[in-house]
Each structure stands twice: as C-alpha cells, then as structure tokens.
Write a protein that binds this ligand. Structure first.
Ligand SMILES: [Zn+2]
Length: 266
C-alpha cells in the first residue's frame, strides 16, 4: 500500500503562511466594511443626527439604522407623518400599541394623554388585546399600531380600534403589504413556526397582506390616506422606497340613518 508523502515545510514558510493568512483576513474584513458603508450623509428626523448611517438587518440594509437614536426606516417615516400630518395636540388622547422606545418621549411630549399598551410585554401602561379592547367606545383620538396587524385577526383589530376612536379620530398602522398581490395570502395548512417563516416571512406572522388590505380597512368604516415615502425624503432620511403608512380616519359624522317619514294626505 502506497504511503502519502507529506513534506515537512520549512519553519520560515510556516511563518510566511501565518502572515499571509492574517493579511487575507484583514483584507476581507476591509472589503466587507467597505460594502457596509455608503459614505452618504443622511438626516434623522427622529433625533436630528446628520451624518453617515449604519447597516441593519439580515441581510443588511445599507443606511437603515440611525447610529444615534437607532431608528429604522419605518420609524423615520412615522416621525415625518407626525411632523406633517400628525397634528397631535395637548387636548388629544393617544394609545400606542407595542411602543417603540424612541417614540415614547416624543408622543408623551405632544399629547395630553399618552397610554402605552401591549398584549405580551409588561413594561407598558395597559395590557390590552387589540382584538378585544378593554376600553370604552370613543376613548382615544389617535391609536398607533405599527407591525401588529400581520400578527392578529386584523378584521377584529380594525373593528375594535374603530369602536374605541372618537369621531374624526385616527388609527395609524404599518404592516408588510405586497401591493402587487390582489388578495391577501392566508393558508390554514401552515401550522409550524418554520412554515410561517417560509410562507409569511416571520415565524409569528399569520398572513401576508395583498392590496385588498385597503378594502378591509374601508370595510371597517375608515377613510384611508396612504402616507408614502417618496423622493426627496427617501434619499434625505434613508427611507425604504414606497414604504406606506396607513392613516385610517373614523368619519367625524357617522351617516345618519335615513329617516322614514310617512306622509298622509287628507
Ligand atoms: Zn436618529
């Protein structure tokens, strides 16, 4: 049987190999770092930071993260909505589901009443199930529920938020939507966390919305305004192109039932 002939390298060659290995590793790290850096100057509307942003997520989204306040794209879109359309004043009551820490001081500073809520988390003012709200009808002027609808029965959630809003009050939501899909993708055969990851994009998502979500919002009684990220905001504030914040308004005057009057001649 033939024997392998493995030569013994010169110790100087081994030292060279170790140096080469280190140089290759450092070069790859530099290449990776260069890939993660754009060199663009961005502005954070949440905290006011101006400068380079950082990558975030897996796979990384370049310039997705403000290094000062750690806001993501959708947070910055929401701040632009607050500034431009929010109109939040001291006489308003705001309910904030799954509150992002970066917004608590901002909303608390604007609203007269500010209540945080969550079904799972404990460090909030109220433990509330958005599908069955333990709240009086018409008790809030603004409800904020980012990244909630894809986790819950959204028909129940929309109906409950509608009930708990004052006339003219608004619900603000963001949720993943595939606008090119006519209908929402739900699939009762999908049961495990791993299957939900494959089909719905996250292990605790219940569906993937199509553009019929907007019909569901209107069917719940809301008037819909879409606040969409467009240029120059996208490049200035590092937003996701076309990301949409849904602003749902409960009509100020609910349509009065048509009075049936009988006229009698005589
Ligand atoms: Zn920031």
């Amino acid at each position: 049987m033939a024997k392998d002939v493995i030569p013994t390298p010169d110790p100087r060659q081994v030292r060279f190999a170790k140096g080469a290995l280190e140089r290759i590793r450092r070069r790859r790290v530099r290449e990776f770092e260069a890939m993660m850096t754009t060199g663009f100057t961005r502005t954070c509307p949440v905290c006011g930071y101006v400068g380079e942003f950082a990558p975030v997520g897996e796979p990384p989204r370049l310039d997705g993260l403000c290094p000062l306040c750690r806001s993501r794209e959708r947070h910055r879109l929401f701040k632009l909505w607050i500034d431009r359309r929010g109109g939040i004043t001291r006489d308003m009551a705001v309910l904030h589901f799954a509150p992002e820490p970066v917004f608590e001081p901002i909303l608390r500073g604007l609203a007269g009443t500010y209540v945080t809520a969550d079904f799972m988390r404990s460090k909030v003012d109220r433990k509330l199930n958005i599908e069955a709200l333990d709240l009086d009808a018409g008790s809030f002027d603004l409800i904020v529920a980012h990244q909630i609808l894809e986790h819950v029965d959204h028909h129940k959630a929309l109906a409950e938020c509608f009930r708990c809003l004052t006339p003219g009050g608004r619900l603000v939501v963001t949720t993943p939507v595939i606008d090119a899909w006519e209908t929402t993708y739900e699939n009762p055969a999908i049961q495990t966390a791993r299957e939900r990851m494959l089909h719905f994009g996250q292990k605790d998502h219940a569906r993937y919305f199509g553009r019929d979500l907007k019909d569901h919002m209107r069917a719940a009684g809301f008037a819909l305004h879409e606040f969409v990220s467009v240029e120059p905001d996208v490049s200035t504030y590092a937003l996701m192109r076309g990301e949409t914040l849904y602003e749902l308004t409960k009509p100020a005057n609910e349509p009065k039932p048509v009075a049936k009057t009988k006229t009698r001649k005589g």
